[in-house]
Design a protein around this ligand. Structure first.
Ligand code: MGD
Ligand code: MGD
Ligand code: SF4
Ligand code: MO
Length: 659
């Protein structure tokens, strides 16, 4: 058989949604590489992307439905698995109501075909599902209050910026296809500030790194605003015509003097001045916000305070401007069966995602009788894992769909295998950054006859006699989902399969200065916020440092070579904990020493390493390590942000103990 090449797309929960080429020989994928023809990928993918091949044929992949029997896993047939699940679902619904099933999901696979999990539970009558987010919730809601929506400039437009502030994002590790545009902007004479409490790989790309005390970004932004207002560096015209609530906001920021801001943020006041001067004078200026600085109790207001700088200086709706956080460009035009299924929900119940454990334990009526988990690994990724395990143990029936036997799958009663992207036909897009919709062709048939989620839920619905569930082929499902794109942009389904689609006239959001807020203006003052019981204007909320013994703040950002927990699967070592020399000395410990890191919620062992550029009393461990190594979320609290119910992972205080 001749060699064949197909184009597919990386489905990982990443900013970039890369396009890739798979080479298939004699029914086996033999090589995968970056797609040179894709405008964003440009032939280059990261290590995680390349791992799709290894993971496809990995000997530890789950290839059969499995059932726990006397604490051991036994392989069962699909018929047995589907029979058991459907019987349980019917009984639970009859006795307790459909909300006695809690469907936990995340974005472990970013393709359209696997959004059918939500659709299934809607037709079931409505399960218990989350509000809020483990990921980006505070920022998403903050920008909705300010702008009315979540939009970003196209990557190409960044090259027009003269001043760029990367605010708590680490593109060198998490968003690698942004890097070439940053480099280009710099070559064009642009100046790039990076604001981050720790030294990351992005430091090398930036023109300058400004260290900030964690969770004080709101104070910095308000301090910059006060300076800009006092020096009359504001854009009067923009404020007069397109901003609501300037007066109230101006009153509030008066307290953020340079002295106060310096004291609060740990940044020299001359530097704050320079930042404010450059951002407002050396225009156009853009801000790229990451998700790190909103994993705090004050995360939402911090983002609102940063957004406000764009409005004050008129750096919105212009080439080279913008406050970029996420990019729900394609998502806005996705419709179809999943949307339609929402009308079939009779008994939806919600809980705040961060509070999963509390909710399970105190669900009330009906209690949680089944946990159904898709596209996520909550027993590694949610905060306060000890409490979450306790909650899991209280639920009689747990089902997990995954590719590998994760720490979450191990706690299940039934585990169903998931297909790899190379075994699926799908459409992939990201709502974080990439403005493209990628078609992903199937490279090979699923190994061992694995039934992918699209068919699995269809079979389950049939078995349960859910007649309304759309019994349609996948292509029809895609066509219905993509109909708004095809109609609005006059493109055919074949076009979407063969070309790389984007919406060109959306390169610069808010060009018309018509915002999707209730007033139609940019809202420094938001009545919607007020109604929700939060401050109508962005404020700085000082978060209390936990005192006494637990005086080290733990930050747990994302690791370059793993997408959350996924690529830590075969890691046997214990985590590395990064500290500076002062912290080492103060705690009377040494480099390379194995120590115990303890918080009020749990403990783990880790090996000490020096990171010279980390602040005093800050410790850093990457998130994603499995239980066998030591998961950081054994340490984190299940606290929530001020806006958007975001998990405040970094409000985590620890101590170091010698072992
Ligand atoms: N390699 C890789 N790439 C990924 C992921 C991954 O797991 N691995 N995950 C993907 C997902 S789901 C997401 S949400 C994104 C996240 O993408 P990013 O936002 O880039 O990454 P984070 O690690 O969340 O945090 C970014 C930075 O915030 C900094 N930070 C922490 N606290 C503060 C603070 O108080 N102020 C400021 N200014 N900065 C602070 C951290 O030090 C870190 O460098 O990445 C995506 N891409
Ligand atoms: N301490 C700390 N914790 C954090 C964060 C942090 O910064 N610090 N970041 C948070 C963020 S930003 C996020 S987004 C969350 C992410 O949390 P999760 O999404 O739970 O993280 P992953 O480890 O990527 O888990 C995804 C799982 O989906 C599986 N999977 C892959 N493909 C498929 C498929 O086709 N079908 C099914 N059913 N499963 C599949 C993978 O094998 C993997 O086990 O973690 C959060 N947790
Ligand atoms: S993880 Fe992100 S950067 Fe890496 S291949 Fe996938 S989409 Fe591209
Ligand atoms: Mo995320």
């Amino acid at each position: 058989m001749a060699e064949k090449k197909i184009r597919f797309s990386c489905p990982l929960d990443c900013f970039d949604a890369c396009s890739m080429i798979a080479t298939i020989n004699e029914g086996k994928v033999v090589k995968i590489e970056g797609d040179k023809s894709h405008p964003l990928t440009q032939g280059f993918v990261c290590k995680k992307g390349k791992k799709h091949l290894e993971r496809l044929y990995h000997p530890d992949r789950i290839l059969n439905p499995k059932k726990k029997y006397k604490e051991k896993w036994i392989d069962i047939s699909y018929d047995e698995a589907i029979d058991e699940i459907s019987e349980k679902f019917k009984k639970i619904k009859a006795h307790y109501g459909s909300e006695a099933v809690l469907h936990f999901y995340d974005s472990g696979y970013g393709g359209l075909s696997k959004t059918v999990d939500k659709m299934f539970f809607n037709y079931y009558g409505g399960a218990t599902v989350h509000t809020g987010s483990l990921c980006w919730g505070a920022g998403i809601e903050a920008q909705k209050l300010d702008f009315g929506d979540n939009k970003s400039h196209s990557p190409e437009d960044l090259v027009n910026s003269k001043t760029i502030i990367i605010w708590g994002r680490n593109p060198a590790d998490t968003n690698i296809h942004l890097v070439k545009y940053l480099t280009k902007a710099k070559k064009n004479g642009g100046y790039i500030y990076l604001i981050d409490p720790i030294n990351t790989n992005t430091t090398k790309i930036a023109s300058e790194h400004i260290h900030i005390t964690p969770s004080t970004d709101g104070a910095l932004a308000l301090g910059i605003a006060n300076y800009i207002i006092n020096e009359n560096l504001i854009d009067q015209e923009f404020i007069k015509n397109h901003v609501k609530g300037y007066e109230e906001y101006r009153e509030y920021v008066k307290d953020f003097t340079l002295d106060y801001t310096e004291k609060t943020t740990g940044i020299d006041k001359e530097k704050i001045k320079e930042l404010a001067e450059n951002y407002s004078r050396n225009k156009p200026s853009s801000i790229i916000i990451g998700y790190g600085l909103q994993r705090y109790k004050n995360g939402g207001n911090n983002i609102r305070a940063i957004d406000a700088l764009g409005a004050l200086t008129g750096n919105i709706g212009i080439a080279g401007g913008g406050v970029n956080y996420s990019n729900k460009l394609i998502d806005e035009y996705i419709d179809g069966e999943v949307e339609k299924s929402k009308h079939y929900v009779k008994n939806r119940r919600t809980y705040s995602k961060t509070k999963l454990a509390d909710f399970i334990m105190k669900a009330g009526n009906p209690p949680i009788k089944c946990l159904f988990i898709t596209k996520s690994n909550p027993l590694v990724q949610v905060p306060n894992i000890n409490k979450t395990i306790e909650a899991f143990n209280k639920v009689d029936f747990k089902v997990v769909i995954d590719i590998f036997m994760t720490d979450t799958a191990k706690y299940a009663d039934i585990v169903l295998p998931a297909t790899s992207i190379l075994e699926e036909e799908d459409f992939i897009y990201s709502s974080m950054f990439s403005p493209y919709l990628n078609y992903s062709a199937r490279a090979v048939k699923p190994l061992n006859g694995i039934i992918g989620e699209y068919d699995l839920f269809r079979i389950l619905a049939k078995k349960m006699d859910i007649r309304e569930y759309p019994d349609i082929e996948r292509e029809e499902f895609f066509k219905r989902a993509l109909k708004p794109i095809m109609e609005n942009f006059k493109v055919s389904y074949e076009y979407l399969k063969n070309e790389i689609f984007t919406i060109r006239d959306r390169d610069i959001p808010w060009k018309d200065k018509k915002f999707n807020t209730p007033s139609g203006k940019y809202e420094l003052y938001s009545e919607r916020a007020e109604k929700q019981g939060i401050s109508p204007i962005p404020i700085y909320i000082q978060t209390e440092n936990e005192k006494k013994d637990y005086n080290l703040r733990l930050i747990t950002p994302h690791f370059k070579d793993s997408l959350h927990s996924q690529h830590f699967a075969f890691e046997e070592n214990i985590p590395v904990v990064y500290v500076n020399r002062n912290t080492l000395k103060k705690n009377n410990v040494h480099v390379n020493e194995i120590v115990k890191i303890k918080s009020k919620y749990g403990a783990l062992e880790a090996k000490l390493e020096i990171s010279s550029d980390i602040g005093d009393d800050i410790i850093m461990i990457y998130e994603g390590w499995w239980h066998k190594s030591g998961s950081v979320n054994f340490l984190t609290p299940d606290s929530i942000s001020d806006i958007g119910e975001q998990a405040a992972y970094y409000e985590c205080f620890c101590k170091i103990e010698r072992v």
